[in-house]
Design a protein around this ligand. Structure first.
Ligand code: FES
Length: 284
């Protein structure tokens, strides 16, 4: 029998905003969210429900609602290293094992957390941070962020210096990223398509070249998961602006990068923290 997902409203949302029968199967979920007919993922609108209102049911899963779970796009079952782990809670050891087989020591995966699409990326920062910054020796880099209009917003260093962002402090060589493109809200992917931007390569300097970018197939925006900056985003519905800490947009039509999600380890399970939920509403 097809796996079913129960829809629940976001905290504070009205129950009436849900359809009469708020249960969908995977096919419907895929149609509403991940469309992988070309081996890639794209995003469609859920209308009044909103993608953020989707929460995974717990009957068929373990790890609790805070766990980040693998999401295997249709068509990637045989190609993604996590292809047989759909909706399993993400374990930290899975990433270190996958990273050990890559040229750069990096590994990434699509995921879902409380109904939100995420990317999780492992970078061997601790091992490489004191080495010369050369190709294929990746580490996290902090950078200044500038708004769409070119105005200085802040620095990625603020996650180390401002107590407000303390839960975002880089730890355990891994980051969790909210994965909706700041262009038109598709879902960027980690190595789900092959091109110069997604090859298993790394170049220092927060540049667009060099590979291992999160790639948005819709209009080819690129995001560097190793470059942390502060930037400014906007809620499409209200127009209100807010500053966030995230990864850098390096190319394509997306106006700025993607926000980080704080996370913690419980045993071997990667669990995300709802400290900055407003940052994930720009597509609502
Ligand atoms: S929606 Fe991502 S590049 Fe257009």
């Amino acid at each position: 029998m097809a796996r079913r997902f129960k829809l629940r409203p976001l905290p504070g949302a009205q129950e009436e905003s849900l359809p009469n029968n708020p249960v969908i199967d995977r096919r419907e979920f895929m149609r509403h969210s991940f469309n992988t007919a070309a081996g890639v993922i794209t995003m469609a609108s859920l209308g009044s429900i909103g993608f953020a209102a989707l929460l995974m049911g717990t009957a068929e899963s373990s790890g609790g609602d805070t766990a980040v779970r693998f999401w295997v796009p249709t068509g990637a079952e045989d190609s993604a290293w996590y292809g047989d782990r759909h909706l399993e809670p993400m374990s930290y050891s899975a990433f270190t094992q996958a990273a050990s087989t890559s040229q750069t020591g990096m590994a990434g995966a699509q995921g879902v957390w409380s109904g939100l699409p995420v990317n999780v990326v492992y970078v061997p920062h601790d091992e490489n941070q004191n080495s010369p910054a050369i190709s294929d020796v990746p580490r996290f880099q902090y950078a200044d962020g500038y708004s769409e209009s070119g105005k200085y917003v802040g620095s990625g260093y603020e996650i180390e210096e401002d107590p407000l962002f303390s839960s975002l402090s880089i730890h355990d060589n891994l980051i969790v990223i909210f994965s909706r493109c700041t262009h038109l809200c598709c879902i960027p992917g980690w190595q789900l398509v092959q091109n110069d931007f997604t090859n298993d390569q790394w170049t220092p300097g927060a540049v667009d070249a060099g590979g291992n970018k999160l790639f948005c197939i819709c209009h080819s925006s690129r995001f560097d998961p190793t470059t942390i900056e502060k930037n400014r985003s906007r809620n499409r519905s209200t127009g209100s602006e807010f500053d966030f800490i995230g990864i850098r947009r390096t190319g394509g039509p997306a106006p700025y990068g993607l926000p980080l999600i704080p996370w913690t380890l419980t045993g071997d399970t990667i669990e995300a923290l709802p400290d900055f939920v407003d940052w994930y509403t720009y597509c609502d």
